[in-house]
Design a protein around this ligand. Structure first.
Ligand code: PLP
Length: 287
């Protein structure tokens, strides 16, 4: 099926959508993005994504070319036009396409920004079989830039990390800096020790996951203990459980790190419980 996508104010068939070769997203990775999940045809945590998008734009001195209300309308129209029941909506905003390649930012008055949205249909996202058996990760050095709190489209190193995991026959990679786990290639990382949920605190070193914020809130509401602090990969290997969170995986158990099985090597109890609470509570507020 040909998707209907959104490009700079227009809804078009995907094969008719075009972006200039001078677009700074293409030439300089000068762009930000968001991925919002769709369950039962509704948007999960749209507000959280809109707020983080504004923050990313502000941090990069980029204007926001679309109001929150219009952005919601575009998301909804794409869900409708593409008949998405379960899936994802990808949004990207770049600094636009100046007349020529130049390191200096173009004048926003004369260079309109580029905004693109498209859907990814993912039937069965909520009931993914992987959530039942968990994923296996490897650890790799974190070689990304220092502003990981900004959700930019510079995804080459995370992409390389996924390939390293794939070559090792595993599912993903956890990145390690100065001995401590930062996060997964496209998700936040957690360990569980004696029923305590441990995850790195927010800083410029990690992306401030929208799923992370919701999961930690739900965990605290369910009287689960949460500790936001650094942990080493060795501590993770000795944990009872581990898991990741993101808009596309929700809460996903991790059963192995660098060939070391966690606990008894099976999915534990905390991650599945959090996944259940997250899906149930998020759906209640979905719009
Ligand atoms: N960390 C990184 C590096 C990511 O790329 C992502 C999502 O793409 C996340 C964390 C999770 O963020 P969210 O829960 O907002 O999807």
């Amino acid at each position: 099926m040909t998707r209907t996508v959104y490009v700079n104010g227009e809804y078009l068939p995907e094969n008719e959508a075009k972006i200039s070769i001078f677009d700074r997203g293409f030439l300089m990775a000068d762009g930000v993005y968001e991925v919002t999940s769709v369950l039962e045809g509704k948007l999960i945590d749209f507000d959280g994504h809109a707020v983080r998008l504004q923050r990313s734009l502000d941090e990069l001195d980029m204007n926001n070319p679309i109001s929150k209300e219009d952005l919601l309308e575009v998301h909804r129209e794409l869900v409708r036009a593409n008949e998405i029941d379960e899936g994802l909506i990808y949004l990207q905003i770049t600094r636009g396409a100046p007349d020529d390649r130049d390191f200096v930012f173009p004048d926003p008055e004369t260079t309109p920004q580029t905004i693109v949205l498209f859907t990814q249909n993912k039937p069965g996202l909520a009931n993914a079989p992987t959530a039942q058996k968990g994923i296996k990760v490897i650890s790799i050095d974190d070689e990304r830039w220092g502003r990981r709190d900004i959700k930019t489209v510079q995804l080459l190193y995370p992409s390389m990390g996924k390939m390293m995991a794939k070559k090792a026959g595993k599912d993903d990679a956890w990145m390690v800096e100065d001995g401590f786990v930062t996060e997964g290639t496209s998700n936040n990382a957690y360990i569980v020790k004696g029923n305590k949920i441990i995850t790195r605190a927010l800083s410029n070193e990690i992306l401030h996951g929208i799923t992370r914020a919701a999961v930690l809130r739900f965990a605290r509401e369910a009287q689960m203990e949460v500790e936001e602090r650094n942990f080493t990969i060795d501590e993770a290997k000795e944990a009872d459980e581990a898991f990741i969170t993101s808009a596309s995986t929700f809460v996903m158990p991790v059963v192995e790190i660098d060939d070391v099985s966690l606990g008894d090597g099976q999915v534990g109890s905390v991650a599945p419980r959090l996944r259940e609470i997250y899906l149930e509570e998020s759906l209640k507020k979905a719009i």
